[in-house]
Ligand binder design. Structure first.
Ligand code: S3P
Length: 442
C-alpha cells in the first residue's frame, strides 16, 4: 500500500493577525466530560466539545465500552451515562488511544477499578511516553497493570481487583497522574489522598464536584472516598487556552496585530502563558471574566507589543506546561535573553519539546541553547528554512506562527497531528492574516 503523504505547512513571511476568533474547546476538559459523563447516572449534555483526534479517542473508547454517545455535532454531545459500574469490556479487549497521553493515563486509573481486563495502546509517540508514573502508584492501590520492561504502553490492565485508598505524594507535578489516582479512588475502599508538590490543572477536581461527587481539598491535598455516585449534568467547554496561546504569541510578535479571542478558559492553574507573556511586555487584556459551569472564562484582547527576555519564574512552569513551544517563539522574537529552568517534563511530551524546539529555532538562525530542564534563548531575527515538528502538534503550530516575524519562508514537516488538538488551525490562522498553506509531501 502506498504510504499516506505527510502534511506540511508553508508559511510566507510577514503579515499580522487581526479579527475575532473562538478557538476549539479545551482538550483537558473535553476528555473529562466524556469520562465522567459516561460514568454518571442520567444524561450529560456537552457543548463546545473539542472534535480533535485526542478527545475523539476518549469518546471512541467509551463507545467501545458500551456507552451511547450522540454527536459530536458542532461541538455538541449527548452522553447516556451508564453509572459507576455500567461499563462493558470492549469487544476485543483493546482500546487504541492514538497520540493521547491524557486518555491513556486517566483511563489507566479508571479501568483499574472495572471488573474486566483491558489492553491500552497508542501510536509510536504515545508508546514511548512514561507510564510508570501512573502504574506504580495504582499498583500500590491494588491494581495489576503490565507495561513493557521500559514502563511504557501497551498496558494490560487486569480487572476485578479490589482497590484501596492510599496517600500519595506526587514525585512529579502532573495533573494526569493526580487525575488517574482520583479516578481509581472512586472505585477504592476508603480514602485516596493525592498531595501535589505544586498546583497543576484542577479540571478533574472541579468536574467531579460539578457531577456532585464529594471531594476534599485542603492546600496541596486532594482526597476522595470511593463508592460515591456521579449525576449527569450540562457542560459548556470553554475555548482552549493552550490553542489560544499560538494567537497570543502571534499577535504579540507581528506589528499591527489586534486580536479578540472569545470565551477562553482562564483557570488559574492554566493561565501561566498570560502571566509569562505579560512579564515579557505583551499587551493582553482580560475582558468580561465570568464563571461557566465551575470554570473561569474570559475574552482576551491582544495587540502587538515589543517583547523583552525574562527569567521565567519556576512556579509558573506547571501553569504553562503545554505553552512552551509558543513561548519559545516569543522568546526568539524578544530583545535579550529568556531563561527557562525546571521544565524537564517538556522532554517527555508528545516529542522532546526542548530538543525539537531548539533544533528548529537554530535552523531559523536563533541562538537557542537547550539544557536538561529548559532552554536559554537569545532573541534575534528569524530567518527561514525547513524545520521538523517531529509529529508534535504544538511544535508545528508554534513554528507556523513564527512565520509572522520571519524574514523568509518557513516550511514545517509532519503537521498531521495538529488535528489532535486543533482541527482547522491553518484555515482559522489564514483568515486572521497568517500566510499559511497546507500541502502533502510526495
Ligand atoms: C493534561 C495534563 C498535562 C498536559 C497535558 C494534558 C491533562 O500533562 O501536559 O497536555 O489533561 O491532565 P501532565 O499532567 O503530565 O503534566
Amino acid at each position: 500500500m502506498k504510504p499516506i503523504a505527510e502534511l506540511r505547512y508553508r508559511v510566507h513571511p510577514g503579515g499580522c493577525l487581526q479579527g475575532k476568533l473562538r478557538v476549539p474547546g479545551d482538550k483537558s476538559i473535553s476528555h473529562r466530560a466524556v469520562m465522567l459523563g459516561s460514568l454518571a447516572t442520567g444524561v450529560t449534555r456537552v457543548s463546545g466539545f473539542l472534535e480533535g483526534e485526542d478527545s475523539l479517542a476518549t469518546l471512541h473508547a467509551f463507545r467501545r465500552m458500551g456507552v451511547s454517545i450522540q454527536g459530536p455535532e458542532a461541538g455538541r454531545l449527548e452522553i447516556a451515562g451508564v453509572g459507576m459500574h455500567g461499563l462493558e469490556a470492549p469487544a476485543d479487549g483493546c482500546l487504541d488511544l492514538g497520540n493521547s497521553g491524557t486518555s491513556m493515563r486517566l483511563l489507566c486509573g479508571l479501568l483499574a477499578g472495572q471488573r474486566f481486563d483491558t489492553r491500552l495502546s497508542g501510536d509510536s509517540s504515545l508508546c514511548k511516553r512514561p507510564m510508570g508514573r501512573v502504574t506504580l502508584p495504582l499498583s500500590q492501590m491494588g491494581a495489576f497493570i503490565e507495561t513493557t520492561p521500559e514502563g511504557t504502553a501497551p498496558l494490560c490492565i487486569r480487572g476485578g481487583r479490589p482497590l484501596h485508598g492510599i496517600r500519595y505524594e506526587l514525585p512529579v507535578a502532573s495533573a494526569q497522574v493526580k487525575s488517574s489516582l482520583l479516578l481509581a479512588g472512586l472505585y477504592a475502599q476508603g480514602e485516596t489522598c493525592v498531595v501535589e508538590p505544586v498546583p497543576t490543572r484542577d479540571h478533574t477536581e472541579r468536574m467531579l464536584e460539578g457531577f456532585g461527587y464529594p471531594l476534599r481539598r485542603a492546600g496541596a491535598k486532594i482526597s476522595v472516598v470511593g463508592g460515591g455516585e456521579l449525576t449527569g449534568r450540562s457542560i459548556d467547554v470553554p475555548a482552549d487556552i493552550s490553542s489560544s496561546a499560538f494567537f497570543l504569541v502571534g499577535a504579540s510578535i507581528a506589528r499591527g496585530s489586534d486580536l479578540y479571542l472569545e470565551h477562553v478558559g482562564i483557570n488559574p492553574t492554566r493561565d501561566g502563558v498570560i502571566t509569562i507573556l505579560r512579564l515579557m511586555g505583551a499587551d493582553i487584556t482580560v475582558l468580561n471574566p465570568r464563571s461557566v459551569g465551575g470554570e473561569p472564562v474570559a475574552d482576551l484582547r491582544v495587540r502587538a507589543a515589543p517583547l523583552h527576555g525574562v527569567v521565567i519564574p519556576a512556579d509558573l512552569v506547571p501553569l504553562a506546561i503545554d505553552e512552551f513551544p509558543a513561548i519559545f517563539v516569543a522568546a526568539a522574537c524578544a530583545k535579550g535573553e529568556t531563561q527557562l529552568t525546571g521544565a524537564e517534563e517538556l522532554r517527555v511530551k508528545e516529542s522532546d519539546r526542548i530538543q525539537v524546539m531548539a533544533d528548529g529555532l537554530r535552523v531559523l538562525g536563533i541562538d537557542a541553547r537547550p539544557a536538561p530542564d529548559g532552554m536559554i534563548i537569545r532573541g534575534g531575527r528569524l530567518s527561514g528554512g525547513r524545520v521538523s515538528s517531529q509529529g508534535d502538534h504544538r511544535v508545528a503550530m508554534a513554528f507556523a506562527i513564527a512565520g509572522l516575524a520571519a524574514a523568509e519562508e518557513i516550511e514545517i514537516e509532519e503537521c498531521d497531528n495538529v488535528n489532535t488538538s486543533f482541527p482547522g488551525f491553518a484555515t482559522l490562522a489564514q483568515g486572521l492574516g497568517l500566510a499559511i498553506r497546507e500541502w502533502r509531501s510526495e
